[in-house]
Ligand binder design. Sequence first.
Ligand SMILES: [Zn+2]
Length: 605
Amino acid sequence: MRRFRSTSALVLLLATVSAAQQSLQEFAEAAIAAYDERDSEKLAAMFLPGQAPEWAAGRGLRGWTPTVMPAAPGFGDAAAWFVLSRFQGPEGDGDRVHPIVKRERGWALAAELDEGVDTGFTVDVHTFDMRIAPETQIVNVTDTFHVNGKGASLLMRLSPDFRLVRVTIGDRDAALVGSSAPVTLGDAVPAAPVAVRSGSILWLRGDLADATVTIKYAGKVAHRGERAGPDAAFLTAYWWPHIGRRPIKHQITLHVPPDWIAIGQGELISEAKTDTEYTATWRNDLAVCYLTLAAGPFVIAAETKDRDRIFRSYMMPDKVEKDRGKTIVDDCKRAVAFFEDRLGKFPYSHYYVVDSPDYYGLEAYSFTILTPGITSWAPTHEIGHTWFGGIVPSSYRDSLWNESITQYVDSVLFKEGKDGTLKSGYSANRYGDPLSKIATIRHRSTGEAYMRGAYVMHMFDREMGLDTMIRCLKRFCEERRGKLSDWPDFQAAVRKETGNKYDWFFDQWIYSGEYPSLQIASVESGADGAWLVMVEQDLDPPYRLSFEIEVEGPDGTTRTAVTMTAKRQAFRAAYDGREKPAVVRLITRGITHARPGEEFSLDGS
Ligand SMILES: [Zn+2]
C-alpha cells in the first residue's frame, strides 16, 4: 500500500511491535482497501456493532481520501484514527475521524469522533501573514495564535490543500509527523513538541497551556471558485487551522501582486504598494466561524455612502457593468439601513460586493463574494448574514439556523416575500427532517433549511406579532454576539423576551420535522347563523395549530381565524352570506404548516 512504509526513521514503540501492532496496521490497510474498493459491506462489518455510519453502508463513499494516523492523546483509548478527507467548500460536511479501537480479538472502527468535541483548548485570536503567488496558485501562510485552556493534545483541522512547513510551540520547534511522508502506524510518535498530520486532521502536543503557537503552512489552491489565481484569489474554505470551526477574531496581512488589491474581513488597518507587491492588513474584531478573503485586479464599478459607511461594487477589470454596480450598492445601502434599524448596529465601516468569475456566493460579513448572475438578489441576503452568521456566529455543523433566519429577514421582511420563498417554504418537507438537524443529516435537505426555515419564522411572527419577533431577534444578536450559537440560543432569547411563551412552537416546528394533516369531520349549522365545524388532526399528541376556516356560499365567503389545541375540536365559523353555504374549507397556506385536507361540501345536507 502506498500509504504505508515498512520501515521508518521514527523511534520504535517498545520492543513489542509485532502481533498487535502488525494487526493494527493490517486492519488499517484493510479499512483503506475496503473504502478504495467501495466494498461497503466489508467496511460496515469492520465497525463495532451499531456504530457503522451511513456512509459505510454505501452513501458518501465517493471522493474522499482514506488515511490513518496515530490517535491524538486525550480522546479515548483509540489506537489510531481512520480519517476520511477531501477538499471541501465552506460550510461543508467536515472530514470524518473514526477511532480504531482494540477488541478482544483484533480491531474495530468506532463511531465518528464529532468535529465539535471539546479539546480542552481554545484560541480566541489568529494573526495571519499570507502570500499569494497567482502564477503558481501557491499560498504561503504563517498563523500565530495564543492557546488557552488545558488538554492532552490540541486537535485542529486544516484543508488538505496545505502541508505543514514548520510548527513552533512556545520557543521550541515541533517534530512534524505525516507532513513530508505518510504516517506509519506502529511507530511511536516522537516526544513533544510534535505536530501530527493526516488528511485534514492536525494535532499538536507540547507545552501548550498559555503558549504561543506558530504554524507555517503552504499549498496550491486550485479548485473551481476556491483558488489562488491566476486571475483572482478567493479563499473561503478551511484555509486556517481551526478547532471545530469555533468562532475566532483575526487579523491578516495579505501580500499579492502590485496590480491587485486584497480584501479581508473587518476593517482595513493599513495598505501599501511597491513595484513588486500590494500589501494590506485587515482586522475583524467580530469572532466568526468562517474567514474569507478576496484578491484580484478588481476595480470599483460603483460606490455610494450612507450613515458614514461606504458601499462598493467591485468587478473584474474586463467585465465592468456600471448600471449593475449602481443597483448593487443601492440595494446594499437600503438593506443595511433596514436591518440596522431593526436588529442593532451594523458593525463595519463599509460593505463591499465582489464579483467572482466562478465562485457562486458566500457571505463574509463586511463583504460578499458573488457570481455576477446572482447580484440582482443575493447581496441583501448576504448582508442579513452579517447579523446571523457574523454577529451571531454559526458553524454549520449542527444546523443551518442562520440560513433560516437570514432567508426570513431578507426574503420575507426586506423583500416582502416577493421572491417566492414563502410559497416554496410551505411545501418544503421531503424527508421530515427537523430544522434543528438539517446539517447533521449531511446535505440531504439543506434547501429546506432556507425555504421551510423562513416559512416557519414567518409562522412565528404571525403567532407572536412582528414587533415581538423583531425584539427577539435583536435580543438574540445582543446576547449571542461572538458566541457559537444554534436554535436553542434563539429559543433562550425568545423565552426572555416573551416570558417563556413559545417553547411549544420550537418543539413543533424546529425540533420536530413532523407535519400534521387536518380533516373536517362534520359541519353543522349553529343557532346564531354560525357554522359548527369539527376538525381533526392526525398527530398524537396534537399540535397547537393556527389556521382559518373559510365558509363559502353563493353570495359570499367568510374566513374565521382559529387555534386548534386538541386532536378533535369544534369551532364556530362565521358566515356573512344569506344563502346557505355550499363549501367549508381549511386555509393553512401562509399561516401554518399543516396539510388542510379536503374541503367539506354542504350540498344536499
Ligand atoms: Zn445564506
